[in-house]
Design a protein around this ligand. Structure first.
Ligand code: G4P
Length: 537
């Protein structure tokens, strides 16, 4: 137990949220360099490009030259063990991207200083908010001209509804970018352009009025003094409690490509970011320090090795200690499983793991029995909460080309829905399958897998739906009334829950006003307990 505590307290499990091109890959690479997990800059980028050339596990990935996978990278920094969960940042992101955030303890938000808050960051932030995930912000690309720091902070506060507290402050930007002043250590870091400089000494400047500052910064010294005076007057002071509750975000400025401001941010990150905390299960909260092992599957990845058609379930450990060969109960199906060969994902390779602790992610082989959200424990039947389905935004109808394969299509769709590849709905009136996803890529993957794994030849047909909400009502009569009046918009999801599909947000608003007693939900908890979902009957 006491050994576990030492291991748990030094773990930091986090994900990066950003819009494509903000610099997530570049920053990841610098973090891994500090962790010694890679030796050479360019490795992560190279891997991003190389996947296009050599990864053959999925034709789509190759065709489109993007990374479909979400990977886990483990590295050490100082005395900390860090698990960085990659959230695919392509425009075509998927529900996986969202779900990864249910397995982290904190997040790092990367913002491009020229663009401010962009749409994908807003979406990912919505997911962080569901669990009040603490967020540290890194404003990137200060070596380029961008928005003023004040405008960026304003933008974050307005669009993301989170209080910003700058812990570093930039001196100029673009060609005039001179460095950052660390507000809590009162240290000045001067910028000399050039990639790869790993060590940088800060100059401690406790008194900003010192002449030394003018010597170092010239005319920009006065700007810095004014900025700091202003910031100290208006910005909320950093309060660790507010950060841990997800109400306040400490902000750092820098330039990932120049490796500037990254180390300061990483040092603050390991010190401030929470170690694995308690997790809510249906019956109680589970502390990471509890001795019995528990964990849940948040992602299933198919075809990592096309020769074996294998699937790997990614399991986040929530309590106890994992040891190779241990037994656990897979509660949804009520079976014992032996974890004989689990994988831990290091930044540069996959390794067979012999022990792992809360906060760690292990991969276990799965032959189609594990479903997203499944809980594994040594004994106590637990079901962890907080692994939601997200209302799809894109819909298509799947049409079978060969009617003899109807059974295969059904089997394939049930399986793919359980793996969280796509959401499958059956219309209440009429037949067929309406598929829903948050990104187009999910449709391509579904079709590819239906063809290669289930031998199903199908095509998509457009449908005029753009919005979905799961619906609930305490009054069964009202619910029945709603369903009757809106029959052509009603569907059942894979678990039998009722959902309402419509053409636009405007139509949805209209319907919500008309039916005030009906609750419309944008997310739905995946039900993985052994008792059927109340609405599935
Ligand atoms: P992503 O994973 O968030 O999509 O972003 P990525 O790191 O791939 O970075 C997107 C682009 O922004 C890259 O340029 C990268 O070099 C650049 N970038 C990242 N950090 C900084 C920074 O601090 N300053 C500046 N000026 N640029 C930065 P690219 O032209 O797409 O690629 P490449 O030419 O570097 O290969």
């Amino acid at each position: 137990m006491s050994n576990n505590k030492i291991e748990i307290d030094k773990r930091r499990t986090f994900g990066i949220i950003s819009h494509p091109d903000a610099g997530k890959t570049t920053l990841t690479e610098k973090l891994l360099l500090y962790g010694g997990a890679i030796q050479q800059a360019g490795s992560v980028k190279a891997r991003k490009a190389q996947r296009y050339a050599t990864s053959d596990w999925m034709a789509i990935e190759k065709e489109r030259g993007i990374s479909v996978t979400t990977s886990v990278m483990k590295f050490n920094y100082r005395n900390f063990e860090i698990n960085l969960l990659d959230t695919p940042g392509h425009q075509d992101f998927s529900e996986d991207t969202y779900r990864v955030l249910t397995a982290v303890d904190s997040a790092l938000m990367v913002i491009d200083s020229a663009k401010g808050v962009e749409p994908q960051t807003e979406k990912l932030m919505e997911v962080c908010r569901m669990r009040n995930t603490p967020i540290i912000t890194f404003i990137n690309k200060l070596d380029r001209e961008g928005m003023t720091p004040i405008d960026i902070l304003d933008d974050i506060e307005n669009k993301l509804q989170i209080e910003c507290t700058p812990l570093s402050w930039p001196i100029g930007m673009g060609k005039r970018f001179k460095g950052v002043y660390n507000l809590y250590k009162k240290e000045l870091y001067l910028f000399t352009p050039g990639r790869e400089s790993r060590r940088r000494q800060g100059r401690v400047i406790t008194d900003l009025s010192a002449a030394l500052l003018d010597e170092m910064l010239g005319s920009q010294a006065r700007d810095l003094r004014e900025d700091i005076e202003f910031i100290e007057g208006v910005a909320a002071p950093f309060e660790v409690d507010h950060y841990l509750k997800g109400n306040q975000t400490p902000v750092f400025f820098g330039s990932a490509i120049n490796n500037f401001g990254v180390k300061e941010m990483l040092d603050a990150f390991v010190e401030m970011a929470p170690s694995p905390g308690p997790r809510a299960a249906v019956t109680r909260n589970v502390s990471p320090y509890e001795e019995p092992f528990s964990g849940f599957a948040f992602k299933i990845q198919a075809n990592m090795n096309p020769a074996h058609r294998d699937r790997i379930a990614f399991i986040r450990i929530c309590s106890g200690k994992f040891t190779r060969g241990m037994k656990a109960v897979h509660h949804r199906i009520g079976k014992d499983v032996t974890f004989s060969n689990a994988t831990i994902f290091m930044a540069n390779e996959r390794e067979n793991v012999s022990e792992a602790y809360p906060g760690d992610i292990i991969g276990i082989h799965n032959h189609g029995t594990i479903k997203i959200g499944d809980t594994f424990t040594e004994k106590e039947p637990l079901t962890f909460c907080g692994i939601p389905s997200f209302a799809p935004e894109i819909f298509k109808k799947a049409i079978l080309k060969n009617p003899m394969k109807a059974k295969h299509l059904q089997k394939g769709l049930v399986q793919l829905a359980e793996e969280g590849v796509v959401q499958v709905f059956r219309p209440v009136a009429g037949n067929g399958y309406i598929l829903g996803a948050v990104g187009n890529l999910q449709f391509d993957i579904t079709m590819e897998r239906l063809r290669s794994e289930y031998g199903v030849d199908a095509v998509y047909e457009p449908v005029d739906y753009h919005v979905a909400r799961w619906i609930e009502c305490d009054d069964p009569k009202k619910m029945a009334d709603f369903e009757k009046k809106n029959k052509s918009n009603m569907v059942r999801d894979a678990e039998g829950s009722s959902a309402y599909l419509t053409t636009s947000e405007f139509q949805l608003d209209y319907c919500m006003k008309e039916w005030p007693t009906i609750a419309f939900h944008k997310t739905r908890e995946i039900n993985n307990s052994r008792t059927p979902h109340p609405q599935a009957a």
